[in-house]
Write a protein that binds this ligand. Structure first.
Ligand code: UDP
Length: 239
């Protein structure tokens, strides 16, 4: 497999074409951003940790039967994924109140939610990723009612699998963001990344933030925190 021209450069990843039309070569970058790119820093070691964490998590999701785009980890910072048409949506699931939910509805951070809730956001930096509902998604032709139903079902399934995995390593899964894509035959696959950049992870014993809030809220150095998550996940692998 050969890395070819750059397809897309995002805030934390570069995507390249390969010699196979259905395979994309992903390179994880050391860049950290928050506040829709307004806060930006180069953090050595971040790309490698996120690539390794997300590779592990996607492998575990595959074992648990969640269809996804992950093919292979190539190196510390690179992986191969399936090329798909992406839904321009960010799908957020929340088990506990935090972040924008706490702010928007004035619910104290850390308040458990009676059941997991799902929110949709339009992936559009220039519009600041506005929240949207299922009618908006259908009206704008971003996904059909059937596709939305499938995406919600898969999101709840990912939550079940991840909650259980993280619990075993003393981590509470507070909330997370997923992205989905569609293969040529219409099959929906989980895509993008699952890492401390895209999840809120709290240490069960200390309540410590083991995620990007360390960076967003200037709580300290992100690298040892992500390293801790990676090492705990590795322990899980050897169980
Ligand atoms: N999230 C993400 N990318 C985004 C926005 C949110 O990965 O562009 C994740 C975030 O890490 C958290 C969850 O989605 O785990 C919910 O984020 P929230 O809406 O509370 O937003 P924030 O506090 O980041 O403004």
């Amino acid at each position: 497999m050969e890395k070819q021209e750059l397809l897309y450069e995002g805030k934390a990843k570069k995507l390249y074409k390969t010699s196979e039309s259905d395979v994309i070569w992903v390179e994880y970058l050391n860049q950290a951003t928050a506040l829709n790119g307004k806060k930006k820093d180069l953090i050595k070691g971040k790309g490698s940790l996120n690539n390794q964490i997300t590779s592990l998590v996607f492998r575990m999701l595959t074992e648990a039967g969640v269809p996804n785009h992950f093919k292979k980890k190539l190196s510390e910072t690179e992986q191969l994924i399936e090329a798909m048409t992406m839904f321009p949506l960010e799908v957020v699931l929340r088990n506990v109140s935090a972040g924008s939910f706490s702010k928007r509805f004035d619910v104290k951070e850390g308040t458990p939610l009676a059941k997991p809730i799902i929110e949709f956001y339009l992936k559009d930096d220039k519009l600041d990723d506005p929240m949207m509902n299922e009618d908006h998604i259908q009206l704008l032709g971003l996904a059909t009612a059937k596709e939305i139903k499938e995406i919600k079902k898969m999101t709840l399934e990912v939550n079940k699998v991840l909650q259980k995995l993280f619990k075993e390593i003393d981590i509470q899964l507070v909330d997370f963001k997923l992205e989905f894509g569609k293969q040529a035959d219409g099959t929906i696959l989980l895509a993008d990344e699952i890492s401390p950049d895209t999840c809120r992870l709290w240490d069960v014993k200390t309540g410590e933030h083991l995620d990007k809030d360390v960076y967003r809220r200037d709580l300290g150095n992100l690298v040892p925190v992500y390293q801790e998550v990676f090492e705990r996940l590795l322990k899980l692998e050897s169980i």
